[in-house]
Design a protein around this ligand. Structure first.
Ligand code: FRU
Length: 611
């Protein structure tokens, strides 16, 4: 009794401060508001996941996850203020039987605790044993790789081992905007069907997990075992440093090299991409010296001690924006018996149609220095790998079988990636592609990209098969498959020797269309998506992209992949490629072809539904 009276006296002296009452948001979730910008959430019940309510227009709130009083990790989540857009799961299963407390520091502008208490996130946090990943969003691709939920950008660390293609990617597991960068992990045996694995790498004290690469270590150079998977990625916080990780369970989980970082510089450098140089018995690493528009080349005997050998790029090629995500590999030049090296350089912005894009250089590499081929005039030409707006951060698989050089890119553009009309997930990857080199009609060597051979397995019914059609100015209309949301593959050969332009359109009943035009005299194929559907979420989205067709006989063959929100056009066995996103209000259900300035012959027109 005495003690209680004393307590009241103290409270009165402090000016009516009262102990903060505990509020039960939902069963097993106790919320304790500490002030305008700080709330504690204590887990008192059972459940595999704590479901966190997200509102995309909210600001990021910093959540320190304390397990038995120690910081386990820190994540940033756009906790819902006035409405819940979707939920993201925080997996509590690793902390079974331990005390879990979320210390949430909010940055929302709040003047009173009462106001902060009204945020809808508090009463919508709940425990659950399941999290529904069956995403039924309209624009979720039917056959492109996407994360189950959350944000994705660059593909990372891809390697092939024992019949399995491993694909990691920049992932935010706690929202559909760029944040909390981790390496998501998927695997495939056929490059068509993908299994999702637990997140492989999460942010740590050195920062977020930015892009990087991995490779097998057959000679045990790093000391983690024969054929250990070695990974290198950029730790990104106030600065960017390079971290080494290794895995002895085929890339399922990684250990962090305790003496990281292995490379530090005084300026921004990221996206290490390494390979084993068998001729010189050492590792070679390319690192994007982002703001300096150059790729640094290092070598190492063991992945830990690195020597800077050279730098490539100052003043060469497209120089706008930042240089990112390099790759370097050797390829035969089709039909010549010659071999050349290709240096991939992603840059953002500065792409040919605005925003991000992938340029490449063809040249020679002596184990230390890359020298790009020059034209007859002594200049190094700028070359683009894809002529659409949505192809970025493309890099290749390490250790791919049969001397294949298989690549995959992020199918979006930094200009609007965070604004595209999807919610539970953001972004897909391009179809996997095989790259090669060919000599163009101008004598220069170019990179080709064809759909990986495994992708023919996607073909379902042949819904149209036209051997030959003579097409004039009146459009011929063909039906696209109605099932599976209209997704399909279309292939045909065009002989336009008597024509000036050929229009190829994908049209839906609302009149929305994707208009491709083969300009025979200009030797170009363009794609206009200005009226393709929803385009107004960004002023940079409506666009016309143009590819050179690299032919001089006025004939092209096209292979077009249509998914729910993308159109990928491969021309002449990948000599030109165009990847573009589209968001039609309803699926395209007609293909229209017409020819101006004379008739065009279309042969072997086939449309396949997708399984
Ligand atoms: C390229 C990039 C990389 C970086 C990563 C961060 O899209 O900016 O340079 O490592 O994304 O998510």
């Amino acid at each position: 009794m005495k003690r209680i009276i004393k307590g009241i006296a103290v409270i009165m002296m402090l000016g009516m401060a009262t102990p903060v009452p505990k509020v039960f948001a939902s069963e097993g979730v106790e919320v304790n508001h500490l002030g305008v910008s700080n709330t504690l959430v204590r887990i008192t019940g059972d459940g595999k996941y704590l479901l966190l309510p997200v509102q995309e227009s909210s600001d990021d709130e910093k959540i320190n996850i304390l397990v038995d009083g120690k910081i386990e990790k820190t994540i940033n989540v756009r906790l819902a203020k006035s409405k819940v857009d979707y939920f993201v799961p925080l997996d509590l299963s690793p902390y079974n039987g331990q005390e879990v407390v979320l210390n949430i520091i909010t940055t929302q502008s709040r003047s009173t605790v009462r106001e902060a208490k009204n945020d809808v996130c508090w009463k919508n946090m709940s425990l659950s044993d399941t999290f529904d990943t069956s995403n039924r969003e309209k624009y979720r691709p039917a056959y492109h790789h996407t994360p189950l939920y959350g944000w994705m950008n660059d593909p990372n660390g891809m390697f092939y081992k024992d019949g399995v293609w491993h694909l990691y990617y920049q992932l935010n597991p706690y929202g559909s905007k760029w944040q909390n960068l981790s390496w998501g992990h998927s695997t495939s045996k056929d490059l068509v069907n993908w299994d999702v694995h637990p997140v492989a790498l999460e942010p740590n004290g050195l920062g977020m997990v930015f892009s990087g690469s991995s490779a097998l270590d057959p000679g045990n150079t790093a000391g983690y075992g024969n054929n250990a998977v070695l990974g290198l990625y950029t730790s990104a916080d106030a600065s960017q440093t390079q971290s080494l990780v290794w895995s002895n369970d085929n890339g399922e989980t990684f250990e962090f090299y305790p003496a990281n970082p292995v490379i530090t510089l005084e300026s921004e450098a990221r996206d290490p991409n390494m390979f084993w140089d068998a001729e010189n018995n050492r590792w070679v690493l390319l690192l994007a010296h982002a703001l300096d528009h150059e790729m640094l080349i290092f070598t190492s005997p063991d992945m830990k001690e690195w020597t800077l050998e050279s730098a490539f790029g100052k003043g060469i090629g497209a120089q706008d924006g930042v240089w990112e995500c390099p790759d370097l590999f050797r390829l035969p030049v089709d039909g010549t018996g010659e071999e050349k090296w290709v240096l991939i350089c992603n840059l953002n912005p500065g792409g040919p149609f605005g925003g991000s894009a992938t340029q490449y250089f063809v040249g020679d590499f002596d184990g230390k220095t890359f020298v790009a081929d020059t034209d007859a005039d002594g200049n190094i030409p700028t070359k683009w790998m894809d002529f659409g707006k949505d192809h970025y951060a493309t890099v290749s698989w390490s250790n791919a079988p049969d001397n294949r050089r298989t690549v995959i890119g992020w199918m979006s553009n930094w200009q609007y990636a965070a604004e595209v009309p999807t919610m539970q997930f953001r972004s897909a990857n391009t179809l996997p592609r095989e790259v090669g080199l060919f000599k163009g009609p101008d004598g220069r060597i170019y990179l080709s990209s064809t759909p990986s051979p495994e992708l023919v397995a996607l073909r379902g019914k042949t819904t149209l098969n036209v051997k030959k059609a003579n097409i004039g100015s009146k459009a011929r209309i063909f039906n696209l498959p109605a099932d599976n949301g209209g997704v399909c593959e279309i292939t045909f050969d065009i002989d336009a020797r008597k024509s000036k332009t050929v229009d190829i359109e994908l049209i839906n009943p609302s009149g929305e269309k994707v208009v491709m035009q083969y300009d025979v005299n200009a030797h170009t194929l363009s794609l206009d998506r200005r009226n393709s559907g929803i385009v107004d979420f960004s002023q940079d989205f409506p666009a016309v992209t143009v590819a050179p067709t690299f032919e001089n006989d006025r004939k092209i063959s096209l292979r077009i992949y249509v998914d729910k929100s993308s159109v990928e056009v491969f021309g002449d066995e990948g000599r030109f490629v165009m990847t573009n996103l589209v968001f039609p209000n309803e699926p395209y259900n007609k293909l229209s072809i017409s020819s101006q300035g004379g008739n065009t012959t279309v042969e072997n027109l086939k449309i396949y539904s997708i399984k």
